[in-house]
Write a protein that binds this ligand. Structure first.
Ligand code: SF4
Length: 357
């Protein structure tokens, strides 16, 4: 896949754009003022693979909390500001690695300029964020409703405003909960600007609906080489956002690494709790290192399982009270059902040791 050649922008110690890897972001749902809870959540997200974290800054206390939060985490910290330019300035002064604003709701040009000047002084990027829900009335009238063109024009107007203030350390995000409108808007804006794009489907919903909308939307957008950072927005634990984002990137071949688990859909031949087993295997492999690119198959029956698991490096197939350990489609041995998970783990651990040699 050819990635769009966007400008390189530094966020803390990470670099996006210019063909650098697409980074995974999430946003805390703790109160930012509660430093301990926010740090705990960020550390958990880091462990899951989060690479940039955003926090809401609705109060001066939250802006001041950034200083301590930053000391205790290891990934770039982005401050999300709505309306009050003083909070943006305070967030920057307290060490935010990037701020996210919609200049449209910050108010007068002078106020936006105060934020831009503060960002300029510390050379931190500004993410110019525009959502379909907050599109200006004149653009809604011009395009006969909320449209992809309107969203793009709104974002580029704001970018121009900041460029006119002599600052171009920018990232753009345009969001819509309408997946295909979001896709169209990204296709349009990618033709018109080379600023890095943060891509996400906003208000995409609960786990199931959010995952599907994000996979479809982000999939189409990223497949065209568009996008430098992503967020899967879910109404739920942000750790789930990271897991989904990783899967989306891996599926598209934009990320390598880790163990891939494939499992059969189960059918009338299944005589084992395969759904439970597949979930346990998936959790088990996330803790294993040194097995990048290894494929593990979890199959529901001993009749078709070994054949269907041929493309996997290693696999297990369930029978009645016992299962099979399979390597490259060949049956290695029979294993009592309750030991399948452990045996698989031992084999994978041995494989990791072997790979290290
Ligand atoms: Fe059914 Fe066996 Fe195929 Fe799973 S591997 S879908 S249980 S035939």
């Amino acid at each position: 896949m050819t990635r769009n050649d966007t400008r390189v922008v530094r966020i803390g110690d990470r670099v996006i754009g210019g063909g650098n890897p697409v980074l995974i972001q999430s946003m805390c749902n703790t109160k930012t003022e509660d430093v301990a809870a926010t740090v705990a959540q960020i550390l958990k997200l880091e462990e899951s693979g989060c690479e940039i974290i955003r926090v809401a800054v609705p109060t001066m206390e939250a802006a001041e909390a950034l200083k301590q939060i930053k000391k205790e985490i290891h990934i770039p910290l982005v401050a999300d500001i709505h309306f009050d330019y003083r909070l943006a300035v305070a967030a920057i002064e307290n060490g935010a690695d990037k701020i996210r604003i919609n200049p449209g709701n910050i108010g007068s040009r002078e106020r936006v300029k105060a934020v831009v000047d503060a960002a300029k002084a510390r050379r931190i990027p500004i993410r110019v964020g525009v959502n379909s829900g907050s599109l200006e009335k004149d653009l809604i009238a011009k395009y006969g409703g909320v449209t992809a063109q309107g969203i793009v024009e709104s974002a580029l107007d704001k970018v121009k405003m900041i460029e006119d203030m002599d600052y171009d350390h920018l990232v753009i995000s345009i969001k819509s909960s309408d997946v295909m409108m979001c896709v169209k808007a990204h296709e349009e804006i990618a033709k018109k600007t080379d600023y890095p794009l943060h891509v996400g489907i906003t208000e995409s919903g609960t786990l199931m609906s959010g995952n599907i909308k994000s996979a479809v939307g982000l999939g189409i957008i990223l497949y065209q080489g568009i996008g430098d950072t992503i967020r899967v927005s879910l109404t739920g634990d942000p750790v789930e956002e990271i897991k989904s984002a990783r899967r989306i990137l891996k599926t598209l071949g934009l990320r390598k690494g880790g163990v891939e688990v494939v499992s059969c859909p189960t059918c009338g031949r299944t005589r084992i709790d395969l759904i439970g087993l597949a979930n346990r295997v998936e959790t088990m492999v996330t803790g294993l290192e040194g097995l990048d690119g290894v494929k593990v198959a979890v199959m529901g029956c001993v009749v078709n399982g070994p054949g269907e698991a041929k493309e996997a490096d290693i696999g297990i197939a369930g029978g009645i009270g016992e299962g099979l350990l399979i390597k490259k489609g060949e049956i290695v041995r029979k294993v009592p059902e309750e030991q399948l998970l452990n045996v698989l783990k031992e084999e994978l651990t041995a494989m990791a040791v072997e790979r290290k040699k």
